[in-house]
Write a protein that binds this ligand. Structure first.
Ligand SMILES: Cc1cc2nc3c(=O)[nH]c(=O)nc-3n(C[C@H](O)[C@H](O)[C@H](O)COP(=O)(O)OP(=O)(O)OC[C@H]3O[C@@H](n4cnc5c(N)ncnc54)[C@H](O)[C@@H]3O)c2cc1C
Length: 299
C-alpha cells in the first residue's frame, strides 16, 4: 500500500511528489500524457521565479528531472476511477488498480472549445489550442487567435514571429491580459485586435479556410489558415463523478489546507475552485497539500 498516490504530473502534482518523497512517503504519480501538463502547451513563461524567460518545455523538463532525481515512482497510466474505502483509497487506471492511505488529485484543466458551427470539422485541421505545438504549421500564413486573456496574448506574441498576420478576436472592449503583456503586444506590427467580436462559424473543405466573425454590428468572412482558441478552461474531473467533492462547474472544492470533504483525499492546482490559475499557485498548492497529507497519515 502506498502512502500517497498523485493523479497528474503538472506543476502541482510534481511539486507534491517532490515534497512527499523528501518527507519519506512511499509515493507514486500518475500521468496520462507527458509530464508538465499545461506548461508543455505554453510557448514561454516569464513569471516563474528563478526563470526570467523559459520555454514551457524547458521548465516542465526541469521539474520532471527533479522528480526523477528523487526516485519518485512514475506511472504513465490514465486514471479512470477513484474509490474511497475510508482507511484506504483505490485508484483504478486503464490497466491496473492501486491502493494508498491518501490521494492527491492534481489533474488540472483542458482548454474550453468555442462550440460554434463548423468547429468539430476542423479540429487539428486548422483549429488548435497549442501554439507551441502547431504554430510552425503557419509560417508566413494568416492566423486568428480567439480570446483576450493572458494565454491568448502570450501565445499571440509567440505566433507573431512565425505567422504573417494575426487577428485577435476578443468579445470584450478590452484585453484582460496583464498590462506588461498588453504593452508588449502593442509593439508588434503584424497583430490586429478586433474588440467586441465573436466567431460565429468555421468554414472550409479539407481544411479550415475562413471564419465568420461578428464584429460589433457587422458580420464578415475572414480568410484564415489557422485558429488558436484561448477562451477558458474545463476542469479534468470526469473520473471523479462518484465522489461528492465537485462544485457545479466541476472544480474540486477544498479548504485552505487543500483537504476535500473526504478525509484522506486532497486536491491541488488548476483543478480546484480558486481565483488564480498559474504555475506558481499550482506549485504552492502541491507543497501545502503534502503538509496536510503528512498530518493525516501521522494522526
Ligand atoms: C497557453 C497557456 C499559457 C500559460 N502561460 C502561463 C504562464 O506564462 N505562467 C504561468 O504561471 N502559468 C501559465 N499558464 C497556466 C499554467 O500552465 C497552469 O496554471 C498550470 O500548468 C497548472 O498546473 P496543474 O499541475 O494544476 O495542472 P496541469 O498543468 O493541467 O497538469 C495536469 C496533469 O494531469 C494529467 N492528468 C489529467 N487527468 C489525468 C488522469 N485521469 N490520469 C492521469 N493523468 C491525468 C494531465 O495530463 C496533466 O499532465 C498557461 C496555461 C496555458 C494553457
Amino acid at each position: 500500500m502506498y502512502d500517497l498516490l498523485i493523479i497528474g504530473s503538472g506543476p502541482a502534482g510534481m511539486t507534491a511528489a517532490i515534497y512527499g518523497k523528501r518527507a519519506e512517503l512511499n509515493v507514486a504519480i500518475f500521468e496520462k500524457g507527458a509530464p508538465g501538463g499545461q506548461v508543455l502547451n505554453t510557448a514561454f513563461v516569464d513569471n516563474y521565479p528563478g526563470f526570467k524567460h523559459a520555454s514551457g518545455y524547458e521548465l516542465a523538463s526541469s521539474m520532471f528531472e527533479h522528480v526523477l532525481s528523487l526516485g519518485v515512482e512514475t506511472k504513465f497510466e490514465e486514471v479512470i476511477d477513484v474509490k474511497d474505502f475510508g482507511e484506504y483509497k483505490e485508484v483504478i487506471t486503464t490497466t491496473n488498480s492501486y491502493q494508498a492511505k491518501s490521494l492527491l488529485i492534481a489533474s488540472g484543466t483542458v482548454p474550453r472549445k468555442l462550440r460554434v458551427k463548423g468547429e468539430e470539422n476542423f479540429i487539428y485541421r486548422g483549429i488548435s489550442w497549442c501554439a507551441i505545438c502547431d504554430g510552425a504549421l503557419y509560417k508566413d500564413k494568416d492566423v486568428l487567435v480567439v480570446g483576450g486573456g493572458n494565454s491568448a496574448v502570450e501565445e499571440t506574441i509567440y505566433l507573431s514571429s512565425i505567422a504573417r498576420k494575426i487577428t485577435i478576436v476578443q468579445n470584450l472592449d478590452h484585453l484582460t491580459a496583464e498590462k506588461s503583456l498588453v504593452q508588449k503586444l502593442k509593439t508588434i506590427s503584424n497583430v490586429e485586435v478586433l474588440y467586441e467580436a465573436n466567431v460565429l462559424e468555421f468554414k472550409g473543405n479539407e481544411s479550415l479556410e475562413s471564419v465568420i466573425v461578428k464584429h460589433r454590428n457587422e458580420e464578415k468572412e475572414i480568410k484564415i489558415d489557422g485558429v488558436f482558441e484561448y477562451i477558458g478552461l474545463i476542469p479534468v474531473t470526469h473520473f471523479l463523478k462518484n465522489l461528492p467533492i465537485l462544485n457545479n462547474q466541476g472544480y474540486i472544492q477544498t479548504n485552505e489546507f487543500l483537504e476535500t470533504k473526504i478525509p484522506g483525499i486532497f486536491a491541488a492546482g488548476d483543478v480546484i475552485e480558486k481565483h488564480v490559475r498559474q504555475i506558481v499557485t499550482a506549485t504552492n498548492d502541491g507543497a501545502i497539500a503534502v503538509q496536510s497529507v503528512l498530518k493525516y497519515i501521522n494522526k
